[in-house]
Write a protein that binds this ligand. Structure first.
Ligand code: AHR
Length: 492
């Protein structure tokens, strides 16, 4: 039995909808096949972009999308991806399988994707192998409203008006694949590059620094100290790997009970990372002007047998749904500092919300979590305290219940509750302070931890109505089944 106290009478900061953001890279079948099929494809598309995928993404109200990488960003030269497609320069995608990239999906296609999805673009510039001039010219091409050689080129390529671009990243994983830099050197480069990224015609860039890998606190400390005033955000990366990243990571579907709990325990590490990086940021930025964004996160398993290991395709089970729900609850609770997060990656790569195979598409259990949690987008965070016991296996004990709560402008209170236990139902008593009992509705995602949606059986795991709850003044008691995520909605 768990006790949850919800302080509905004290709404806190806004939970930025951008916490529900996504990431798309030129990697495997994320872009090509998963999103972009070309105008001549037999797969239904608008301007080459899959209609089924766009509809699914609109349904979960994707707020922001990062592109073109990842590692790919630091070898991407944007001018190769504009103009007539047959003339576009090809390149070798050396990070992801050494395939020849034909650049048929470039700046215009990405911004068309964002238009169709209804989300904000987040463009990651090339610091690793690109020049200052190249990066500054990209911003001019995108956003300058006047006539210049670059904007004339943009117009010839079919775009008369400048785009509004807010989110702009300067390098990716600059401590590793993005240049193997020291934080001192990166900081100097960041200061230099950002100088030439101008705000044209009312456009205001939000400049994002390449941040730490996991527990690299020295990176955060140094970059905050040396570049804090020049940046708007610093980007943390953390992946949940059940095993060893450099050896056996673990299988997406074939896992033991111990591996299940280990995976969730590792996912929960996100909270400690956020708290520690935030403490460092607080020293240099006590007013919380600079955001911590987590622009790569999610599960990372061994590649599926038979699949190209460089394509990072993995199935997605209820275990992944729980990882997503636990992580999003953490982001919500730390949303005063965490103002964007981008799950890796949107389609067909790592912890995807969508998988495709030719014409077929499935929505993963992780997709269902984004559907359940969309109620938190831009709502006010509500503080919640949880008393719950630990469950798990030796070496991997974790709290049974995780919660976050918010209150939206319509006065609705939404609680998202995760029961991590594989076999125990939890009788959760939620006391909601400052709330009179009103209409309560609830939805649930639950199944065996190994359950997943396949192309042959796409609706195995899906959201259902949930009615195992009783309501009395100020209190809701819910019987939360094992391995489940419940969203309770009530007027407040
Ligand atoms: O998401 C896959 C890769 O993981 C990204 O390209 C890189 O930034 C990270 O190491």
């Amino acid at each position: 039995m768990s006790r949850i106290i919800v302080h509905a009478e004290h709404p806190l900061n806004k939970i930025s909808k951008n916490i529900y953001g996504h990431f798309s890279e030129h990697l495997g079948h994320c872009i090509y096949g998963g999103i972009y099929v070309g105008e001549e494809s037999e797969i239904a598309n608008v301007n080459g972009i899959r209609t089924d995928v766009v509809e699914a993404l609109r349904h979960i109200r994707v707020p922001v999308l990062r592109w073109p990488g990842g590692c790919f960003a630091d070898e991407y030269h944007w001018k190769d991806g504009i103009g007539p497609k047959r003339k576009r320069k090809k390149m070798v995608n050396s990070n992801w399988g050494g395939l020849v990239e034909d650049n048929s999906f470039g700046t215009h296609e990405f911004l068309e994707l964002c238009r169709q999805v209804g989300c904000e673009p987040y463009i990651n510039g090339n610091l690793g192998s690109g020049t200052v001039r190249e990066m500054s010219e990209w911003v001019e091409y995108l956003t300058f409203p006047g006539r210049s050689p670059l904007t004339r080129l943009r117009m010839r390529n079919g775009r008369e008006q400048p785009w509004k671009i807010k989110f702009f990243g300067i390098g990716n994983e600059s401590w590793g694949g993005g240049g193997n830099m020291r934080p001192e050197y990166y900081s100097d480069l960041f200061r230099r590059y950002q100088t030439y990224l101008k705000d044209f015609g009312g456009n205001k860039l939000f400049k994002i620094a390449s941040g730490p890998n996991e527990e690299d606190y020295r990176w955060t400390d140094t970059v905050m100290k040396l570049t804090g005033p020049y940046m708007d955000a610093i980007a943390l990366h953390y992946y949940t790997v059940p095993g060893d990243f450099n050896n056996v990571k673990g299988s997406a579907l074939d896992f033991t009970e111990a591996e299940y709990y280990t995976t969730l325990k590792k996912a929960l590490k996100m909270e400690r990372l956020i708290e520690k990086h935030t403490q460092i940021m607080d020293r240099y930025d006590p007013s919380h002007r600079v955001a911590l964004i987590v622009d790569e996160w999610g599960t990372w398993y061994d590649a599926e047998l038979g699949a190209n290991p460089q394509f990072l395709f993995q199935q997605n089970s209820m275990r992944d749904a729980l990882v997503a729900a636990l992580t999003l609850n953490i982001f919500n609770r730390h949303s005063d500092r965490v103002r964007m997060a981008n799950i890796a990656q949107m389609v067909n790569v790592l912890q995807s919300v969508i998988l495709t195979e030719g014409k077929k598409m499935v929505l993963t259990p992780t997709y269902c979590i984004y559907d359940l949690f969309q109620a938190h987008q831009d709502a006010a965070l509500i503080d919640s305290d949880v008393q719950t016991k630990e469950v798990g296996t030796q070496g991997a004990m974790i709290p049974q219940i995780s919660v976050s709560a918010s209150r939206n402008e319509a006065g609705e209170l939404n609680l998202t509750i995760v029961n991590t236990s594989l076999d125990e139902t939890d009788l959760a008593e939620c006391r909601i302070l400052g709330w009179e009992a009103g209409r309560v509705t609830a939805s649930i995602l639950t199944d065996d931890s190994h359950a997943y949606n396949s192309f042959a059986s796409p609706d195995t795991v899906k959201i259902r109505a949930f009615d195992r709850l009783t309501v009395k003044k100020g209190e809701i008691t819910a019987e939360i089944p094992p391995c489940s995520v419940v969203r309770i909605k009530t007027a407040c």
